[in-house]
Design a protein around this ligand. Structure first.
Ligand code: SF4
Ligand code: SF4
Length: 350
């Protein structure tokens, strides 16, 4: 991304939004070089000035190019590092990764109390290793998120990466049960922890897919093209180019944004009868597109969420209604239950 495009993005966002979170991803964003991120921070300081805490950053990286000096720069500037790593179980996806080096980096950040998170892609080649991933991150003391490979982008044509929805949901349920009964575990596991909050709390606390992203996110490509999401979008959702507009507002008046809005509304109309619609919100439009029919629910992400979320919600309701002995659960479950019992007014049971 050129410096002028970068400055245009930051200046437009600052002019129209009180606060913003910038997520830098690729490909591999660190290929842009440290200087690029030093420029980002200096432009944010210029435009946000005394309100600099109103903007935040995440760099989503495979970690290969991370060096301790840059990690400290991130720490000093409150940049969250998102590491894409599968705990050494990344055959087929990242065969050239030096696992020992990545784990040294994670250990360094755990030790220094750095703001970071790990995303582990689960696919056809490593689904049976979800338990091993859990043990790896538990040992490292690093919270992580299971993220399924979708039939989109790099996962589109590689049959080896494809997942069966039922099998993936069952594996997630198995891992959820293992995690909640692991009384000494010190790491939250996503999305299980989010789904616990979502099951117990109102308003809905969840990930972007289940809390309606539209109008809250934009994705700017290096040439300035704008799409509604960082996941691969079809051309009909293109909202414009930051170099050709004078306000972000114009992007939301584009045909591209109208197209994704219409598709999302049509799908959500069909979701209205679903018993967990208040929690799901109709899911992610790009995921639905990957499943083949953007205007209809029922694809991979819908099937997984339905099975997994219902299991988690039923588990939490059972623990509370049957006044189960909390000592058999990890501290994240104990905290959620105690939170519900002490603040019943903010709770909407399923
Ligand atoms: S399109 Fe999907 S992945 Fe993208 S921001 Fe929206 S819910 Fe999230
Ligand atoms: S679980 Fe599926 S059917 Fe239910 S609201 Fe979500 S996307 Fe729609």
């Amino acid at each position: 991304m050129s410096e002028s495009t970068l400055e245009k993005v930051i200046s437009l966002v600052r002019a129209e939004y009180d606060s913003a979170w910038y997520i830098w991803h690729g490909g591999e964003p660190l290929l842009a070089g440290e200087q690029f991120f030093r420029k980002v921070i200096s432009l944010q300081k210029k435009y946000y000035d005394k309100a600099i805490t109103r903007c935040g950053n995440t760099i989503q990286t495979n970690g290969v190019l991370l060096k301790s000096r840059f990690i400290e720069f991130c720490r000093d500037n409150r940049i969250n590092l998102g590491i894409s790593y599968e705990g050494g179980h990344d055959a087929d996806l990242r065969p050239d990764i030096d696992s020992r080096m990545i784990e040294e980096i994670i250990a360094y950040m755990v030790k220094k109390g750095h703001m970071f998170s790990v995303t582990s892609t689960v696919h056809g080649g490593n689904i049976d290793k979800m338990g091993d991933m859990y043990e790896s991150f538990k040992r490292m003391g690093a919270s992580f998120c299971y993220s399924p490979s979708l039939r989109i982008g790099g996962g589109l044509d590689n049959e080896d990466l494809h997942l069966d929805a039922d099998k993936y949901a069952d594996m997630c349920i198995e891992m959820f049960e293992r995690w909640i009964h692991d009384v000494d575990v010190d790491i939250p596991v996503m999305p299980f922890n989010q789904y616990i909050s979502s099951a117990l709390n109102a308003p809905n606390v969840s990930d972007c897919a289940h809390s309606s992203c539209l109008t809250k996110w934009i994705c700017v490509y290096p040439d300035g093209s704008v799409y509604p999401c960082g996941k691969p979008c079809v051309e009909k959702y293109r909202m414009g180019n930051v170099n050709e507009i004078s306000s972000i507002d114009e992007l939301f008046k584009s045909d591209g944004f109208r197209n994704i809005l219409v598709d999302s509304i049509e799908r959500r109309k069909k979701c209205k009868e679903c018993e967990i619609f208040p929690k799901c919100g109709g899911g992610c439009t790009v995921d639905a597109m990957a499943d083949g029919d953007v205007q209809s629910p029922g694809g991979f992400s819908c099937q997984v969420y339905k099975k997994l979320f219902k299991h988690i919600a039923a588990t939490m309701v059972r623990i509370i209604n049957e006044k189960e002995d909390l000592s058999q659960y990890n501290r994240f479950v104990r905290d959620a239950v105690i939170g519900k019992l002490t603040n019943p007014n903010i709770i909407t049971p399923m």
